[in-house]
Design a protein around this ligand. Sequence first.
Ligand code: DON
Length: 314
Amino acid sequence: MLQTKAHPEDQLQDILDRIAEQAHALYGQGKVASYIPALAQVQPRQFGIAIALVDGSCVSAGSAGTPFSIQSISKLFTFVLALKLMGDDVWRRVGREPSGAAFNSMVQLETEKGIPRNPFINAGALVITDMLTTRYAHLDIALLGALRRLSDSPDLNWDMQTAKSERDTAHRNMALAYFMKSYGNFVNEPELVLDNYCRQCAIEMSCAQLAQATMFLANGGRDIGGMQEQFLSADAARRVNALLLTCGAYDAAGDFAYRIGLPIKTGVGGGIVAIVPGVGTVAVWGPELDAKGNSVLGAFALERLVQETGWSHD
Ligand code: DON
C-alpha cells in the first residue's frame, strides 16, 4: 500500500507513469462519442491523468495539460452551485436515487411524474440548470467564474463550436425538458435552458485543472487553490460525494463502485474525476468510450490506481 506521507510525489509519479503506459494498450477498445458532431472530430488515441493532493502538490502523466470537453462533469459543478444557493430545496424538484438507466433515458420520467431520479442524469441536470437559469442572468459567466477561481485558470472557457454542435442536435434533451414542463417541473423556456446547458457541457478543461477544481470535495468543502475558502460546507461536500458514488456513472454506477469504489463523475468527452476524501482528487481522460458512455482508458486507469494505492471512499 502507498505511504501517502513519505515521498508521496515520487511514488505517485512512478505509479502514474506505469498506468499511462498500460493504458495505451487499450487504444481501440472504445469509440468517441458521435451523437454530438463536434465530439466525433476528437482524436481518439489520447490519454492524460492528474492527481491533486490536499497538501497542494500535483502529479500527472500523459496529456494532463490538454483541455477537453468536460460534458457531464459540468453537472457536478452546476449541482454544487444549486446546493449552495438553494440547500435542501433542490430536492423538491429532483431525486437522489440511482436510475439504473442510460444518462439520456426518458422512461422513468413518466411514471415518476416529471421528477428526475438524480441531478446527474440528463433530465436531472436540466432541472438543475433550469433552477440556475432563474437565479443567474448569465449562467455561463457565473459558472466560468467559479471554475476559473477553483482551478486558478483565468483563461478557462466554453467552446462555441461544441456548444452549437450539441445545441443544433439536442432533440432528446429538448424532449426531456418539454416533458418535465408538462408536469410543471420546468420554470424557464426549454430553449433558454438548453442554451445554458450546452454551454456548460462545452466547457474545456484539462485533467490538471479538473483535479484542482474538484479539490474542495476531498477537503471537507474547503478550496486550497485560488479561493482558499470554505466553498461548500463539510456536510454538503460529504453528501455530494455520496451522490457521486451512487449516481456519478449512471447505469454503470454499481460497476464503477465495485471496480473503483470512489465518488466519481464521468463525461462523454472521455473525462472522469474521482474524489479521494482527505487525500486528493484524480482526473483522467481518454476519449474512447464504452457502450454506456464512460471512458475505457479512464476507468482502467482509476481501477489500477486504487489497486496500487489502496485509496477508497472512506
Ligand atoms: O447532454 C448530453 O448528452 C451531453 N452534453 C452530456 C452527456 C454526458 O456527458 C454523459 N456522461 N457520460
